[in-house]
Design a protein around this ligand. Structure first.
Ligand code: SF4
Length: 448
């Protein structure tokens, strides 16, 4: 591979293939130049031939591109100076190929769109940006004048987050004023993990270091070994080396294999039955008195706190937009009474519904709570779309309740979060006896 010369331009950036956002460095320099083998002659400061894992440039990390009309080399490699996230330049296979998606007029990316396209007589036809803006604004003016702002809708993605969502939501809400706005995976702006929000918990509050510190991690609906590789290899596999992983997935995956080899448990459930599994584990924990009583007494809202603020809680949690005054929510004692009465939380019934053997459910309940050297284990909870895109509210609320029962919430190594642009835990949905309305069990309303 060509070596970046000492005067190559260097930029820092982050990989955009997943939410881990590993740090990368980009080197660019004009075609026809190359760095030398001595550290002073190349931008990497390496004495070539380099040692193994010393930050050499792999074939997948180099490409050619056009900068200011001139052919340039481009190298995109993991930042070996990184002290956080992908420390010392750890990376996944995906991130290791970032350079290959750069626009190269002589490579596979040469078919990249370079202008807006307008469908003319059935064919997508290149047009200038000026024409695109003109057509867009005139059509919008026509729609707004003749049909009103509600007829002007926006469906948008939300990755590469702030830069894009700021601009596009400003257009929809500020300039147009339409209510018809639908980001990412939703029919309208709203929470991904509503049950967790309703529990009064912030979905994205865990740091990577928390995953390292945890003794036990319950992972639901995702395999981060496959989808957030550096989070798994750099943080979950390391840190506390005796860590146990509990995977809840319909299929056996690479992360599951690692978990089982290292003393973890695989709960291979029938898709969509997560709520039942969570309830069965919670019931087992409560029946055995394995819950984190100290945490529950300190952080779980009592009845007065739940009803305060006309059902918004004393802390004005996100559910203020759907007040539940007098109709929704219970304290821990109420929740405990409720779950003991549920047929689906019974171990044998839950095993029948979820397809997970009773012994595995028991093993998971024990692993989540069993003391280590006389102390409670640091238990954390992670979830992803396999959990909340199947049965969103019930799965996320019961998951949140399971996390809270185990004392996961706001302490190092004892967290819950989603591993995507979203995250985990906080309330247990159940049905209040005599009603069909889901009832929540809330954490820390008014206590922070
Ligand atoms: S884990 Fe892989 S895909 Fe995700 S940000 Fe890091 S290098 Fe990119």
């Amino acid at each position: 591979m060509p070596i970046p010369p000492a005067d190559a331009k260097v930029y820092t950036t982050a990989c955009d293939y997943c939410i881990v956002a590993c740090g990368y460095k980009v080197y660019t320099w004009p075609d026809g130049q190359e760095g030398g083998a001595k550290p002073s002659e190349n931008a990497l400061g390496i004495d070539f031939p380099s040692r193994a894992f010393q930050g050499w440039v792999s074939p997948n990390q180099h490409d050619m591109t056009i900068i200011d009309g001139q052919r340039h080399h481009v190298v995109v490699k993991p930042d070996s100076d990184a002290e956080v996230v992908n420390r010392k330049g750890n990376h996944s296979i995906r991130g290791g190929t970032l350079a290959l998606k750069v626009y190269n007029p002589d490579g596979p990316t040469k078919d990249r769109l370079k202008t807006p396209l307008l469908r003319v007589n059935g064919d997508l036809t290149p047009i200038s940006w000026d024409d695109a803006f003109d057509i867009m604004s005139r059509v919008s003016r026509h729609v707004l004048d003749d049909y009103g702002e509600a007829a002007w809708g926006m469906k948008t993605y939300s990755y590469q987050y702030f830069e894009n969502t700021y601009a596009i939501s400003k257009l929809a809400f500020g300039s147009i004023g339409t209510p018809a706005y639908s980001p990412h995976d939703k029919p309208g702006p709203g929470s991904d993990t509503a049950g967790i929000d309703d529990a009064g918990l912030i979905t994205f509050n865990a740091s990577y270091d928390d995953w390292g510190q945890a003794d036990v991690i319950f992972i639901s609906g995702t395999d981060p070994f496959e989808t957030k590789t550096v989070l798994f290899t750099e943080w979950m596999m390391s840190g506390n080396r005796d860590k146990k992983l509990i995977f809840t997935l319909p299929r056996r995956s690479t992360g599951v294999a690692w978990a089982e080899k290292n003393g973890g448990v695989f709960l291979q459930l029938i898709p969509g039955t997560d709520t039942v599994l969570h309830l069965a584990i919670i019931r087992l924990i409560l029946e055995n008195g394995w819950e984190d009583t100290e945490f529950i007494e300190k952080w779980i809202a009592n009845s007065w706190e739940i009803d305060a603020g006309m059902g918004r809680g004393t802390r004005n949690t996100p559910w203020q937009w759907r007040t539940t005054w007098g109709r929704l929510g219970t304290d821990f004692a109420g929740y405990r009474d409720w779950i003991m009465q549920q047929e689906v939380s019974d171990l044998s019934k839950a095993s029948e519904i979820t397809g997970v053997p009773e012994s595995k459910i028991r093993e998971a309940a024990r692993m989540l709570t069993a003391p280590i050297d006389g102390r409670r284990p640091k238990t954390s909870f992670a979830l992803e779309k396999g959990n909340y895109w199947s049965n969103n509210y019930l799965n996320t609320t019961s998951y949140a309740a399971l996390a809270l029962i185990c004392g996961a919430g706001n302490r190092p190594g004892q967290v819950r979060r989603a591993l995507e642009a979203t995250s985990a835990a906080g309330s247990a949905v159940h049905h209040t006896p005599g009603t069909s309305r889901p009832t929540n069990f809330r954490a820390d309303a008014g206590r922070r």
